[in-house]
Design a protein around this ligand. Structure first.
Ligand code: ZN
Length: 345
């Protein structure tokens, strides 16, 4: 089949590739419809590796996907041919210790689309476990369905934060993950999100998404804004989504006593973690790795209208222009958030 193949660092090709697709009784075959371009896809393209994961042989990219069911295995009960669906891209070993303890995202043997050596889904069809395939309600489009994957990261972060109704949250970083984390925090009960970045167009877009106060830390002081909004008490939750070492080291300053910090963005270098600053506030600190058990909740929030991702889908390309789409994503203008590829209409 024709797929978008990362041949090696900095070389993409839309070409024929042989992909094994054997159906088991618990699998479904899905025709791909929309696939979002993730920062990780772009990083494999430009760098050929993310940490320990190195592209050593040609790999199909793409893991933020929606599609339509073409075929169901004999044991599948909750899906039927023709259903519009989105998919969790990580397939754990169902018998692993991590999976059995409910932390299937932490299974060391997880096979995750477009993480070497596992192929992604910028291709016409894929066979996937039905257990990791979720039906989309009529009110959720296939483009929105392909946003469930990044939204799941924000949902997992919001879940870890244990938000209470009325909390005020800080989201550091207005990239795609910062945006979906802000939406998940608001849908999860936050009264307001204060969002930081140094790129004004991103903050301007964020401010249109809900009760979000943008703070451009290039020339505004976050602490002053938080003090003003909370009478000097501090934010209940700080989500670090920038990955910036400077931001990641400064998470405890805007936090209230007894507050929670969630590290979402991955800093590229070790950060100076201020244990004493965390101690004086008895801060609870959480970390997230991808997500688990949040797809149905993310879909439900989208279906009810409580979480709207439509403004985040800023750029759409046809499958034939997949390479162009990736070159666009490498040089993404600050006015864009998420680029998607329509594999089939
Ligand atoms: Zn992603």
């Amino acid at each position: 089949m024709e797929a978008l193949v990362l041949e090696k660092k900095e070389l993409l090709a839309l070409r024929e590739i042989e992909l094994a697709e054997t159906m088991g009784p618990h699998d479904v075959r899905i025709a791909l419809r929309t696939v979002g371009i993730c920062g990780s896809d772009v990083h494999y393209y430009t760098h050929g590796a993310i940490g320990q994961f190195v592209v050593r042989e040609p790999m199909v990219l793409g893991h933020e996907a929606s599609g339509v069911v073409l075929e169901v295995g004999d044991a599948v009960r909750h899906l039927a041919v023709g259903d519009r669906v989105c998919m969790e891209p990580g397939i754990p070993d169902p018998n692993s210790k991590a999976t059995l303890q409910g932390m299937y995202n932490l299974d060391p043997a997880v096979r995750f689309w477009a993480t070497p050596p596992i192929h992604g889904v910028l291709r016409p069809s894929v066979v996937h476990p039905a257990a990791f395939t979720f039906k989309l309600p009529d009110t959720v489009s296939l483009a929105e369905g392909a946003m469930v994957e990044p939204v799941a990261v924000g949902m997992h972060a919001a879940t870890k934060a244990k938000i209470k109704p009325g909390d005020l949250a800080v989201v550091m970083g207005a990239g795609p993950i910062g945006m979906v984390t802000a939406l998940a925090a608001l849908a999860g009960g936050c009264s307001r999100v204060v969002m930081t970045d140094i790129q004004q167009p991103k903050l301007d877009l964020a401010a249109t998404l809900g009760p979000i106060t943008p703070v451009n830390v290039a020339h505004q002081n976050l602490q002053e804004v938080i003090n003003q909004l909370t009478d000097g008490w501090g934010a209940n939750v700080v989500f670090e989504c920038s990955g910036s070492e400077k931001a990641a080291a400064a998470v405890f300053s805007p936090l209230c006593p007894g507050g929670t910090v969630v590290y979402v963005g991955i800093p590229l270098k070790p950060i100076a973690y201020e244990v004493a600053a965390a101690m004086v506030k008895e801060a609870r600190v959480e970390h997230v790795f991808r997500y688990a058990h949040v797809y149905p909740r993310a879909i439900a929030l989208m279906a009810s209208g409580k979480l709207n991702v439509k403004p985040l889908i800023t750029d759409t390309f046809p499958f034939a222009q997949s390479v162009e789409a990736f070159n666009f994503a490498v040089q993404m203008p600050p006015t864009s958030v998420k680029a998607q590829i329509v594999v089939a209409a």
